[in-house]
Design a protein around this ligand. Structure first.
Ligand code: AMP
Length: 210
């Protein structure tokens, strides 16, 4: 199974991706997670990406395409497939991915588009916290963390109101145009992302093959 997860920031991609990779037994490849790891490690690429990310901007296509190309060549992705979360985010990235897959004679199975209205995004993101030990994502109001993990939760530096507005603008200007690209291939499954995480998981399950 090879699939892509698209949706605005804060749509719930990370939470749902964790559940989907378990269901299908496929690797979860999140470009945002890979970039955050590079920032933490202080690599030159991480330093460059970190400044753009904190400002709510996208990292250049050639950098992202390079890290995805390397990741997809690893044995787990080769053997099992992949769930791509946060990539592609521009039409140029979608075209580069197409070329990568074409050159190996493989095809995508589905593109899940998680839809959440702009008005709900800011509130979702500003209350978001993640557990660095487990990767589990919580929301202070809608999905409150248990008392024993609260102390170690982290707030992403780009989860501020100002950065969220820029990330949303980048989504509409640069990422939304990839939807028609995949619609033309008949791959897009639109899923309503409003509701409890379990309700959304059930909708995604209904929208996907077997
Ligand atoms: P995410 O965790 O998917 O919300 O990504 C966090 C940030 O990482 C984004 O706001 C971008 O700055 C950067 N980023 C992640 N994936 C990509 C991508 N495919 N193309 C460009 N920038 C990306």
């Amino acid at each position: 199974m090879r699939m892509i997860f698209i949706g605005p920031p804060g749509a719930g991609k990370g939470t749902q991706a964790a559940r989907l990779v378990e269901r299908y037994g496929i690797p979860h490849v999140s470009t945002g997670d890979m970039l955050r790891a590079a920032v933490k490690a202080g690599t030159p690429m991480g330093q460059m990406a970190g400044a753009l990310m904190a400002d709510g901007k996208l990292v250049p296509d050639d950098v992202i395409v390079g890290i995805v190309r390397e990741r997809l060549a690893e044995p787990d992705c080769q053997a099992k497939g992949v769930l791509l979360d946060g990539f592609p985010r521009t039409v140029a990235q979608a075209e580069a991915l197409d070329q990568m897959l074409d050159s190996e004679g493989i095809a995508l199975d589905a593109v899940v588009l998680l839809e959440v209205p702009d008005g709900l995004i800011e509130e979702r993101i500003v209350g978001r916290r993640s557990d660095p030990e487990t990767g589990r994502i919580y929301h202070l109001t809608y999905d409150p963390p248990p008392a024993d993990v609260v102390g170690r939760l982290v707030h992403r530096p780009d989860d501020t109101e100002e950065a969220v507005r820029k990330r949303l603008a980048a989504y509409h200007a640069q990422t939304a145009p990839i939807v028609p690209f995949y619609e033309a291939k008949g791959l897009v499954r639109r899923v309503d992302g409003v509701g409890s995480p379990d309700a959304v998981t059930a909708r995604i399950a209904d929208a996907l093959p077997g």
